[in-house]
Design a protein around this ligand. Structure first.
Ligand SMILES: Nc1ncnc2c1ncn2[C@@H]1O[C@H](COP(=O)(O)OP(=O)(O)OP(=O)(O)O)[C@@H](O)[C@H]1O
Length: 468
């Protein structure tokens, strides 16, 4: 397991406490984690990470980015976030980004161990479920909303063709699942399926990994090796995070796509591949092209067929379908009874926007299964599992749109457990006053005009709120 904390005392203590049960690698920053991951043969199964890391130890941003890095390298890694007392909102956001849970500091060693062992058990169950072959003709994609029906239809339609498919979608939305389904439903399903995450290996290793190498091609190449293109034979090669592919390799990938031709590193003789190439990205590749980081010709080749995996917030009733699916799966694995959401909690679930998509939904189902086996979960209990602080970023309707305002109010009342009307209205008023003062550089007359109130009223409000 990986421990990431810039405080040597915490890192050393955790290593001391956990090293009897786990093989530990420790790092102090995102950059150190990156180079450490390059050295390990396999990515760690577990990570325990602090959010405030250098170069910005007082902000959570490096920690948030680290969660994305780790999941990029290994989608099955289980990440626990270490959280200080004043840090709960950030820790909640970390869960939405894909961490399975947070642990408040200081944490009892026994509790920490049991959380980690539990995470390993869950991971084992998921891995064995993934290995169990899905029934033929089944995409393994759960959901019955129009968006999911369209997705399944596209998969079916594109599965049989030999052309590349580009899968686009937000992190955690199920792109890898779609790639695996394209293979399962294709006539190649009994041929190899190989997946490479371009973000997971160092740029210098991408070429030998994809194309293979001759003996002596570089230091350490003690014998010749086939690459993924060769091993995939007539099967499917899935390249995840394709936006990370270095530019010089983009040219080589383009050549394979054009005429199937490639060379092992250190060889001149051409080889040929018949593998079908499926790629995925959560970056906007068109923007990458504009920025000069991605080749336009390669993009056009890769996107002969393209599939946009919808974010979970657009999947309507599937939020409940997926909840039931994962809830039953994890309850079965834990040999416990499934929990059930009460009516208010269910409404909250339907209204929640799931910034971390299906991965976040699945992690919530795991936590609720552990905390409330066979029990009813109420809105307050559910709210503790959600990232509600970020819930309404761009959804504020115009004040004149009363229907939309009522809907917003209804959602907030459903979602926020400790709502208080007076406090909320005061916060709104204060925000408008502050915005007007900032926009007018503190000019009271102009700010009052912007706000549509007179100067004296503005002055008295400022005194109430302590705004100056
Ligand atoms: N419609 C679905 N039905 C069943 N399982 C799903 C569905 N969508 C996603 N999942 C599951 O959710 C998890 C996250 O999905 P996946 O790893 O495919 O996302 P991703 O888009 O590839 O994420 P990233 O961009 O971070 O690599 C996986 O366990 C996947 O099997």
């Amino acid at each position: 397991m990986l421990i990431v904390d810039d405080d040597p005392l915490i890192s050393d203590t955790l290593t001391y406490v956990l090293s009897r049960d786990f093989e530990i690698s420790a790092a102090e920053s995102r950059a150190q984690v990156k180079s450490l991951l390059m050295q390990l043969d396999e990515p760690p199964q577990l990570a325990l990470v602090d959010l405030g890391l250098p170069p910005q130890p007082h902000k959570p941003d490096e920690g948030f980015a680290l969660i994305a890095d780790l999941l990029g390298v290994s989608p099955s890694i289980k990440i626990l976030v270490l959280s200080g007392q004043s840090d709960e909102a950030n820790a909640r956001h970390a869960r939405a980004l894909g961490a399975i849970d947070f642990v408040a500091k200081p944490c009892e060693p026994e509790r920490l161990k049991s959380l980690l062992f539990n995470a390993l058990m869950v991971q084992d169950a998921e891995r064995s479920a993934e290995k169990t072959p899905a029934p033929a003709k089944d995409s393994g994609i759960v959901g019955s909303s129009p968006a999911m029906d369209k997705l399944r239809e596209q998969i079916k339609q594109y599965a049989a063709a030999p052309f590349p498919v580009l899968i686009e979608g937000e992190s955690g939305s199920g792109k890898e699942r779609v790639a695996a389904s394209l293979h399962q439903l294709s006539p190649r399903s009994h041929k190899p399926y190989l997946a490479l995450n371009c973000a997971a290996i160092s740029p210098t290793l991408v070429e030998p990994t994809l194309f293979g190498y001759a003996k002596g091609a570089f230091t350490g190449a003690t014998s010749a090796r086939a690459g993924y293109f060769e091993e995939a034979e007539n099967g499917t090669l899935f390249l995840d995070e394709i936006g990370e592919l270095p530019l010089e390799l983009q040219a080589k990938l383009l050549r394979v796509l054009e005429n199937g031709e490639y060379q092992r590193v250190g060889e001149t003789q051409p080889r040929f591949s018949n593998a079908r190439v499926v790629t995925a990205t959560n970056r906007d590749l068109r923007a990458e092209i504009k920025a000069g980081r991605f080749r336009a010709d390669l993009y056009h080749r890769l996107s002969v067929f393209s599939i946009a995996v919808p974010p979970l917030r657009e999947m309507g009733e599937d939020k409940l379908v997926l909840l039931n699916h994962f809830r039953d799966f994890y309850a079965r694995e834990a040999k416990s009874l499934p929990f059930a959401l009460d009516a208010r909690a269910q409404q909250m679930w339907e209204d929640y926007h799931f910034p971390g998509n299906v991965r976040e939904l699945r992690n919530i189902a795991i936590r609720l299964t552990t905390k409330y086996p066979g029990m009813a979960v109420n809105a307050q209990q559910l709210e503790a599992e959600l990232d509600t602080d970020q819930a309404y970023p761009q959804e504020i309707p115009l004040a004149s749109d009363s229907k939309a305002l009522i809907e917003l109010a209804r959602k907030q009342l459903q979602t926020l457990a400790n709502f208080n009307l007076d406090v909320t209205l005061r916060q709104w008023e204060k925000a408008y006053v502050e915005a007007a003062l900032t926009m007018t550089h503190g000019n009271l007359s102009q700010a009052a005009k912007l706000l549509g109130i007179n100067r004296t009223t503005l002055y008295s409000r400022m005194q109430t709120y302590g705004t100056d």
